[in-house]
Design a protein around this ligand. Structure first.
Ligand SMILES: NC(=O)c1ccc[n+]([C@@H]2O[C@H](COP(=O)([O-])OP(=O)(O)OC[C@H]3O[C@@H](n4cnc5c(N)ncnc54)[C@H](O)[C@@H]3O)[C@@H](O)[C@H]2O)c1
Ligand SMILES: O=C(O)[C@@H](O)[C@@H](O)[C@H](O)[C@H](O)CO
Length: 270
C-alpha cells in the first residue's frame, strides 16, 4: 500500500545517543511512526526523560545503558534490547560530536594540534559513532537479512570546516565507511546510509555557535549568514529524512547515500 510507505509498526529501532539533541528527536520520529525504540546512551537520567517523552506521545520505548566506545557494553545492549523489543531492524548512530580540546583557536597553528585530542575525536565519531555499532548490530541484521542503518555525518564531512579539523576528517571517514558497508551488505538485505545535518544547536557545539549571553559567536553569525534559510535547524526537522531512510518500504532502493538537511548551507558558496 502506497499510503503505508512510512509505517514502522513491528520494527525495533535502536538509537545510540538518543540522550542528545539530534538522536532524541530521531527517536521521537521513529516512535511516532510505530517503531519500538531503544534509547541507548550513557546518561540514565536523560535516557529516561526521552523514554517518558516518547511514552507521553503514545509510543513504545525503553532505556538501555551503553557506551558506544565499549564493544562489550554494546553487545550486552544488543542482546538486552532483542530480549525486550525483538532484534534491531533499524540502527541510528547518533553518539558523537566535536570536542573543545580538538578545536583550533582562531589563527592557531595546526602543527600544534595534540594527537590525543585528534584520536579522541576519531574514536568518538568513527569508532563509537559508527564502526562498533555497525559491526555489533549489523552482525544480527545480516543474519536476519533485513536492516536499515543511519550514520550521522556532517557538513564538516563533506568539505572541511575551519578549526574543527579532526571532527571534519572523522565525519568524512563516516561517509566513506557508510558507502563501504552499503556495498558490502546490499546483497544481504541491509541498507546503510548517512544523514548530514547542517547546524543545529546541541550540547557538543553550543560553545562554537553561542556566546554566554545567548547571542551568536562570530562563527555562529557567519554560519547563519551562509545559510540560505538564514537560521539554525531545529532537531525535529530531521524527522522526515529519518523515517524515510529507516523505512524498508519507503527507502527500499536507497543505500550508500549521504542525505543532507541543512537549510541550503551546502548548496552555495557565497
Ligand atoms: N548539532 C549539529 O549541528 C550537528 C550537525 C551535524 C552532525 N551532528 C552530529 O549529530 C550527532 C548527535 O550530536 P548532537 O548534535 O545531538 O549533540 P549532543 O551532544 O546533544 O548529543 C550527542 C550524544 O551522544 C552521547 N555520547 C557521547 N559519547 C558517547 C558514548 N561513548 N556512548 C554513548 N553515547 C555517547 C552524548 O552523551 C550525547 O547524549 C553527532 O554525531 C554529531 O556529530 C550534529
Ligand atoms: O561550528 C561547528 O564547527 C559546529 O557547529 C559543527 O561541527 C556542527 O556541529 C556540525 O557538525 C556541522 O554539520
Amino acid at each position: 500500500m502506497l499510503s503505508d510507505l512510512f509505517q514502522l509498526d513491528g520494527e525495533t529501532a535502536v538509537v545510540i545517543g538518543a540522550t542528545g539533541a539530534l538522536g532524541g528527536a530521531m527517536a521521537n520520529a521513529l516512535a511516532a511512526y510505530g517503531a519500538r525504540v531503544a534509547v541507548v546512551g550513557r546518561s540514565e537520567e536523560r535516557g529516561r526523560q526521552r523514554v517518558q517523552a516518547i511514552e507521553a506521545g503514545g509510543g513504545t520505548a525503553i532505556f538501555q545503558s551503553a557506551d558506544a566506545l565499549d564493544a562489550n557494553s554494546l553487545r550486552t545492549a544488543r542482546d538486552a534490547i532483542a530480549a525486550q523489543l525483538g532484534p534491531a531492524s533499524i540502527l541510528v548512530n547518533a553518539a558523537g560530536g566535536n570536542r573543545p580540546d580538538a578545536t583550533l583557536p582562531p589563527g592557531s597553528d595546526f602543527c600544534k594540534l595534540p594527537v590525543e585530542a585528534w584520536q579522541n575525536v576519531f574514536d568518538l565519531n568513527l569508532v563509537g559513532g559508527a564502526l562498533l555499532p555497525c559491526q555489533i548490530f549489523g552482525e544480527t541484521m545480516v543474519v536476519a537479512g533485513r536492516g536499515s542503518i543511519i550514520n550521522i555525518a556532517s557538513m564538516a564531512g563533506m568539505t572541511p570546516l575551519s578549526r574543527v579539523v579532526a571532527y571534519s576528517a572523522a565525519k568524512a571517514a563516516v561517509i566513506n565507511l557508510t558507502q563501504f558497508l552499503a556495498r558490502e551488505w546490499a546483497s544481504r538485505g541491509v541498507r546503510v546510509n548517512a544523514l548530514s545535518p547542517g547546524f543545529f544547536p546541541a550540547e557538543q557545539n553550543r560553545g562554537l555557535l553561542f556566546k554566554e549571553d545567548g547571542g551568536y559567536t562570530e562563527r555562529g553569525g557567519q554560519i547563519i549568514g551562509h545559510t540560505p534559510m538564514a537560521r539554525f535547524g531545529e532537531s525535529h526537522e530531521l524527522a522526515g529524512a529519518t523515517v524515510w531512510l529507516a523505512s524498508h518500504r519507503a527507502a527500499s532502493f536507497v543505500t550508500g547515500q549521504n542525505i543532507v538537511v541543512d537549510g541550503g548551507f551546502s548548496a552555495t558558496t557565497i
